[in-house]
Design a protein around this ligand. Structure first.
Ligand SMILES: Cc1ncc(C[n+]2csc(CCOP(=O)(O)OP(=O)(O)O)c2C)c(N)n1
Length: 338
């Protein structure tokens, strides 16, 4: 694996050749986990899987634009790559998919991908779409009141921006100039509902003007463009400039979840066409062209990701299931009332 680029260029602040390769590895690891989730579901081994294929670039970029251990993530259920890039391990990911007793997010009781990892600054998320956006704004208010240097980044799909709670959160954050970044991962569909049936504006970013802060658009399938855009928003929030709404244009390569069949509302041609924007080979080509990685390095990373995910799958599958006694774990401080 080469470390010196053949094409000299200035990397965005905060990125180095090593970090670029780390970002690429997170994307490959996520793709491997994602494929494994759907395979396990089809084998009848796990009840449910949600994909992030098509979203990897913006997700890895967002995680890398934050300061680990200082800033907080309030993600949504499609953010596997963001979570893995922010410190969630493949074992933890597989434990939640298998819904095992020692799943750290919810002891196996939540939907998969409902991350809750306080020690890595990932806040618990809600299944009620956009509800977590108000939580993120509350966290940002707390940081501001305590005069802390931390930024909160919260993410959601474009469909979630039709929810009243989303608008309330945006409004409050704008009034109080809170250190929060709103990240919309616009994949053009909310399950089966296309964007044009969710809003009469062309871009989600256009909505920010109503709340008094900037709305910016980036190509969410390009890790570098996404990183630059999110980082600017993060620095703006950190320096007291208030919120930014970032709209990352990406796509959803697969069905909404393992319970959905997108062929009922999209044509096969449309789905195939969107896959031409696949962020993983795109970033691979970008890195290779500039000499940040070579073919051997790519093969090594793919083999390492496969081994990590295989090991995590075998391990998680053999962990104990929750029992009846676990029903109240994390529900009451001291167990159920008798
Ligand atoms: C308040 C509420 N309404 C409906 C649902 C059911 N639901 C779950 S995901 C989803 C689609 C959300 O779409 P979007 O915000 O665009 O995110 P995407 O899944 O496309 O990434 C819906 C309607 C829900 N969870 N909460």
């Amino acid at each position: 694996m080469k470390s010196e680029p053949t094409v000299r260029e200035t990397l965005p602040e905060g990125l180095t050749p090593d970090r670029l390769r780390e970002m690429y590895y997170c994307m490959v690891l996520t793709r491997t986990c994602d494929d494994r989730g759907f395979a396990l579901n089809r084998q009848g081994k796990i009840p449910f899987a949600a994909t992030c294929q098509g979203h990897e670039a913006i997700q890895v970029a967002a995680a890398f634009a934050l300061r680990k251990g200082v800033d907080w993530l309030v993600p949504y259920y499609r953010d596997t790559c963001m979570a893995l890039s922010f410190g969630v391990t493949p074992r933890e990911q597989l434990m939640c998919l298998f819904a095992r007793k020692d799943d750290i997010f919810s002891s196996g009781r939540q939907f998969p991908n409902h991350y809750s990892v306080p020690d890595r600054h990932i806040a618990s998320i809600s299944s009620i779409i956009a509800a977590h956006v108000t939580h993120a704004v509350g966290m940002a208010l707390a940081h501001k009141m305590r005069k802390e240097d931390a930024v909160v980044l919260t993410s959601f799909g474009e469909g979630s921006t039709s929810e009243g709670e989303w608008h309330e959160a945006m409004n409050f954050a704008g009034i109080h100039k809170l250190p929060v970044v709103f990240l919309c991962e616009n994949n053009e569909f909310a399950i089966s509902v296309p964007q044009k049936m969710q809003m009469a504006v062309k871009n989600v970013a256009d909505r920010a003007v109503a709340y008094g802060f900037p709305g910016v658009i980036c190509d969410g399938t390009d890790p570098l463009a996404s990183y630059t855009t999110v980082r600017e928003a993060v620095e703006r929030a950190r320096s007291g400039g208030g919120p930014t709404l970032v709209e990352a244009k990406c796509y959803r390569a697969m069905s909404h979840t393992s319970d959905d069949n997108q062929l009922q509302y999209r044509t096969a041609e449309d789905i195939e066409a969107s896959k031409k924007r696949d962020p993983v080979p795109r970033f691979e080509a970008w890195l290779t062209d500039r000499g940040y990685i070579d073919a051997g390095g790519i093969l090594d990373m793919k083999a390492r990701a496969q081994q990590e995910v295989d090991e995590a799958t075998d391990w998680a599958e053999h962990q104990p299931m929750p029992t009846a006694e676990d029903l109240y774990t994390h529900v009451y401080a001291e167990g159920p009332l008798s």
